[in-house]
Design a protein around this ligand. Structure first.
Ligand SMILES: Cc1ncc(COP(=O)(O)O)c(C=O)c1O
Length: 368
């Protein structure tokens, strides 16, 4: 059996009858940049996350930048973020000219460990970015307590966690400002690049809205610095259709993860993901830690199962951050995850048969 890591085609086939007319409508109305489809999506996405404002932008990376830029981050400032995340979390800081300061994750939930944050704070620290990695919310309350006490901004990177919940509340409105990605493979994916910034703060929302469109509210009058970070009309139309299915797709992801858990929990060589008691995990990725990870990955490939590594090199060991003088051994949990972590295929349309095939292949690998 061939099992892809992700099957975007099967999802497209299931919503083609809704998404094609929505795209056609953008073509017919020629509202190619922002426009009604994007405005409607912004409203629906904000409502879905119970947050006051959603500003649709051109990518999650641009959202990371805008969130910190709108908070006033500048050269000389430091931004604390986890060592185990996608590089774009750090680009949010570097695009403002600020310096990323990495901290280790907690070994169970894989999110930034609040107990490591305090010691990374200096007089230059201006913000903490909590990433809800793999779809599981970070432990926001202790981070908020530290941020408030030390007068530092708290930001969420929600790129992997649409509709995830922390203590019964949706992510995206738990901090001052948050960013989302709609890269095609995300739980809510566009048909191209896309992202969003969400916030409950009226002034920040107004600023981000201006910044995404050249710092202007009124055409050709540029009140503040900005960029071209606007969402395309076609992406707004696609996302508006797909958002209506997101809850059901998320439930199916959770069911698939549960099935993997049941089948793999007794395999000694495998550590299955832990859903924290405060979290509703949306399983953007189902990441196990596995003994002989590379051999297992090759074996699964030979059995027709595609897997992924998220992420093989933690940020503090990336060549681009050499100048920050981190070294191997600085962040053991992140480094362990980089060497042992393996993402198994998981998508909403996965069948029980496919899940069993993957889990059985993992078991056979360890008992052959
Ligand atoms: C944690 C995280 N942050 C930011 C991004 C950036 O999003 P995009 O690819 O839409 O720029 C991603 C997406 O890959 C991500 O996984």
């Amino acid at each position: 059996m061939k099992i892809p890591f992700l099957d975007l085609k099967i999802q497209y086939e299931s919503i083609k009858h809704e998404v094609n007319p929505a795209i056609q409508n953008v073509l017919d109305t020629t509202a190619f940049v922002l426009g009604k489809s994007v405005a409607d999506f912004e409203k629906a996405f904000a409502d879905a996350h119970h947050v006051k404002h959603c500003i649709a932008v051109s990518s999650g990376t641009d959202g990371n930048h805008l969130a910190l830029w709108a908070l006033g981050l500048q050269p000389g400032d430091e931004v604390i973020l986890p060592a185990n995340t996608f590089i774009a979390t750090a680009w949010g800081a570097t695009l403002c000219g600020a310096t990323p300061v990495f901290v280790d994750c907690e070994p169970e939930g894989y999110n930034i460990d609040p107990s490591n944050v305090e010691q990374a704070i200096t007089s230059k620290t201006k913000a903490i970015v909590a990433v809800h990695l793999y779809g599981q919310p970070a432990d926001i309350d202790p981070l908020k307590e530290i941020a408030n006490r030390r007068n530092i901004h708290l930001v969420e990177d929600c790129a992997q966690a649409h509709l995830a919940e922390y203590k019964g509340k949706h992510i995206g409105g738990l901090s001052e400002i948050a960013s989302f990605s709609f890269y095609p493979g995300k739980n809510l994916g566009a048909y191209g690049e896309g992202g969003a910034v969400t916030t409950n703060d009226d002034a920040l929302a107004k600023k981000v809205k201006m910044m995404r469109a050249h710092g202007a509210e009124e055409k050709y009058i540029h009140q503040i610095y900005g960029h071209n970070y606007r969402m395309e009309g076609i992406q707004g139309a696609v996302l508006g259709v797909k958002l209506k299915h997101l809850k059901e797709w998320t439930d199916r992801r959770r069911t698939a993860a549960q099935k993997y858990n049941e089948m793999l929990s007794h395999v000694d060589q495998v550590k299955i993901p832990v859903e924290k008691t405060f979290a509703k995990h949306v399983y953007h990725l189902y990441v196990i830690q596995a003994t002989k990870r590379d051999e297992l990955q090759q074996y699964l490939e030979n059995q027709g199962v595609s897997t992924g590594l998220h992420y093989p090199v933690p940020l503090h060991l990336q060549p681009c951050f050499k100048g920050l003088n981190y070294k191997k051994g600085d962040f053991p949990s992140s480094e362990r995850l980089a060497s042992n972590g393996l993402s198994l295929p998981l998508f909403a349309e996965m069948t029980d048969e496919q899940i069993s095939y993957v889990a059985d292949a993992v078991k056979i690998f360890y008992h052959k």
